[in-house]
Write a protein that binds this ligand. Structure first.
Ligand code: ACO
Length: 191
């Protein structure tokens, strides 16, 4: 995903972590012109992700990120577009208070880290970028995939989770979140 402005100036690292401040690095702090470009990138990514998932409206945008306590991992290819860089994709996570059903169908209140949105540019899918981004987030958050919840995972994402993390056995829920076998493991260990 290419832009008319310099992606490498906005995002110095291969993977940048963005939050409510929309500051991608020290350079963008106190620079409204650069923050505007960050917002353009986030809005474009949100629209592309929504289109890929056939959603009626984006779940990611600059203004939504400013309002919510989420974290967004943004990956770039610094060498693309004649050295100006291109955006490869993003992964958005956040903690959510959820009412879940355990294996026995009992209600459990939990506040897991959730995968809220995930997108890799169409022409780069199935090249391992998603895995690199997801593994970066796991290390940064010190979390295991089985202990996370997934908001309305798409068929491609379910296939991704099965392939890379062996997550295949989901526990039926009454909301849009999916959790897998192992999510309740710690809590039921002493029973
Ligand atoms: N069809 C089926 N499975 C796919 C596809 C596809 N077109 N693309 C990726 N996958 C899955 C497969 O398991 C694939 O393994 P395989 O090629 O051996 O079948 C595996 O992902 C490949 O892993 P990566 O290359 O690391 O994944 P990628 O970089 O493509 O990122 C992602 C995965 C983010 C799901 C990407 O395909 C994408 O952006 N898809 C469109 C948007 C989307 O569905 N996002 C998830 C939304 S749900 C949520 O965010 C909670």
């Amino acid at each position: 995903m290419e832009f008319s402005f310099d992606i490498n100036q906005l995002f110095p690292e291969r993977i940048s972590i963005l939050d409510q401040t929309l500051e991608a690095g020290r350079k963008t702090a106190g620079r409204p012109d650069l923050q505007e470009n960050v917002a353009t990138v986030l809005d474009e990514l949100g629209r592309a992700s929504a289109k890929a998932q056939q959603l009626t409206a984006p779940i990611t945008s600059a203004s939504k990120l400013q309002l919510q306590k989420h974290q967004l991992y943004l990956m770039k290819d610094g060498e693309a577009n004649g050295g100006r860089g291109a955006v490869v994709g993003f992964l958005k996570v956040g903690y959510k208070k959820l009412f879940l059903l355990d294996r026995q169908g009992a209600h459990v209140e939990a506040e897991p880290l959730c995968i809220l949105d995930f997108y890799i540019a169409e022409n780069r899918q199935r090249h391992g970028y998603g895995l690199e981004l997801f593994n970066f987030m796991l290390q940064h958050k010190h979390v295991e995939p089985a202990l996370m919840a997934f908001d309305r995972p798409s068929p491609k994402f379910l296939s991704f989770l099965a392939k890379h993390y062996n997550l295949t056995q989901s526990i039926p829920q009454v909301n849009n979140f999916v959790v897998f076998e192992g999510f309740f493991f710690d809590k039921s260990a002493g029973q």
